[in-house]
Design a protein around this ligand. Structure first.
Ligand SMILES: CC1=C(CCC(=O)O)c2cc3nc(cc4[nH]c(cc5[nH]c(cc1n2)c(C)c5CCC(=O)O)c(CCC(=O)O)c4C)C(CCC(=O)O)=C3C
Ligand SMILES: [Fe+2]
Length: 372
């Protein structure tokens, strides 16, 4: 039986769960993975075949699971460094280790109070509520047994000062080698996953104006650009662009696409673009394929120098930030007064989601960690 001592920084939790997307790790896992991801969704077959080729360029192995293995270990080390004995578990939505299996094993060992941190920093159906639905489905999948699990989640963390800080740090490091004159004339493109416009329109609290997905990215980007200016004295013109559009071509998704924008900037005479994928927390397939292969190819073709900024990954500032968020959530669970760390004075999403926030536009489904 786990016995988290009451003075442990992560009490009352028995375990932390790192919850992620998952990915294939061998060529024969690619199509089954893609079919699981897109089951019941409006993604045409030719898009699936195309995405399969992305994975096959990398031997049929996505980097995402190895990155999460490293992040899990780094989180566990940081938790231990802070004197906590709470273990860090890992589970995925779309590939082994499935979150249901992780929770079943945790429960068998008597770990009943679990704090979840997802590998997505922003508010949207795909990045927040869908993980909450995964948790509901996973506990339901444990049958009646699921009911004795108590699962909480840390808040969307894009606007935690540590997330802004780690992305600023990555950017400052990435541009260190760019000659000052080139840098001064460069454009800074913050990149994130495109989503259907309808998903952005409904992101955020149900009684809000929506568009919180884009708003959070704009705020994070603005703060990072300010941080770069403060650190280097260089103010870069910056904007938000999108990658990895999926879905039916008839459905509007967020634009502009990073490739289109690089072409336009080249036509305007821009010679250096700095591409910072702030929408992602590790250099997974969307980054190594859609940016390092495809966007790089576009940049090469139009004669633009492209500098790609690494994502947070296992940078110590990111690992510390996630553990700070876990401690914050634990204090909340102990009914202590918590002042959430924030990077600006804009909207801050809570750890318990509002009713109707970031809705599932296809079908209402049970979701944990919310008031609905
Ligand atoms: C907002 C968002 C994030 C960021 C937040 C988060 O991290 O959760 C994200 C992450 C990821 N998306 C990933 C992979 C895929 N996403 C797909 C499809 C889709 N993504 C969407 C959105 C997002 N996706 C949407 C609206 C769709 C359309 C289908 C649907 O409505 O759900 C498809 C289907 C094929 C295609 O691309 O068409 C794949 C294979 C991987 C794994 C990478 C790897 O293997 O290394 C990761 C981390
Ligand atoms: Fe995706």
């Amino acid at each position: 039986m786990p016995t988290t001592s009451h003075d442990d920084a992560l009490a009352p939790y028995d375990a932390v769960l790192l919850l992620s997307f998952g990915g294939p790790e061998a060529p024969d896992e690619v199509m089954p993975f893609l079919r699981r991801v897109t089951a019941g969704r409006d993604v045409p077959e030719d898009r699936l075949q195309e995405v399969a080729t992305h994975y096959h360029h990398f031997g049929g192995r996505s980097p995402i699971n190895d990155q999460n293995r490293e992040l899990r270990a780094a989180l566990e080390a940081e938790v231990a460094r802070r004197g906590s004995t709470v273990p860090v578990l890992w589970g995925n939505r779309n590939s082994d280790p499935y979150v249901t299996d992780t929770l079943r094993a945790a429960r068998a060992e008597g770990m009943l109070r679990i704090c979840v941190v997802v590998t997505s920093a922003y508010s949207s159906y795909s990045g927040c509520r869908q993980y909450r639905e995964d948790l509901a489905a996973a506990t339901e999948g444990l049958g009646g047994a699921g009911v004795d699990l108590e699962i909480d989640k840390v808040r969307p963390y894009a606007l935690h000062p540590g997330f802004v800080a780690v992305n600023t740090e990555r950017l400052v490091e990435a541009v260190a080698d760019v000659p000052a004159a080139d840098l001064a004339a460069a454009r800074l493109l913050f990149v994130t996953h495109s989503v259907p416009e309808a998903m952005d329109d409904t992101s955020g609290p149900g009684d809000g104006d929506g568009n919180l997905y884009v708003e959070q990215h704009l705020r994070v980007g603005h703060l990072i650009a300010q941080g770069l200016a403060a650190r280097t004295g260089t103010t870069l013109e910056h904007e938000l662009v999108f990658c990895s559009r999926s879905g039916s071509p008839r459905t509007p998704w967020l634009e502009p696409d990073v490739n289109d924008r690089i072409e336009e900037l080249a036509a305007e005479g821009v010679s250096t673009v700095v591409v910072a994928p702030i929408g992602f927390v590790s250099d997974h397939m969307e980054v190594v394929n859609d940016l390092d292969r495809e966007a790089q190819e576009t940049a090469d073709r139009v004669g633009v120098r492209m500098v790609r900024v690494p994502t947070a990954g296992t940078h110590p500032v990111f690992v510390e930030t996630l553990v700070d968020l876990l401690q914050e959530r634990a204090a909340e669970a102990r009914d202590e007064v918590v002042v959430p760390a924030r990077a600006d004075q804009g909207d801050l999403r809570p750890s318990v989601c509002d009713p109707g926030c970031c809705p599932n536009l296809r079908a209402a489904k049970p979701a944990l960690c919310g008031r609905d």
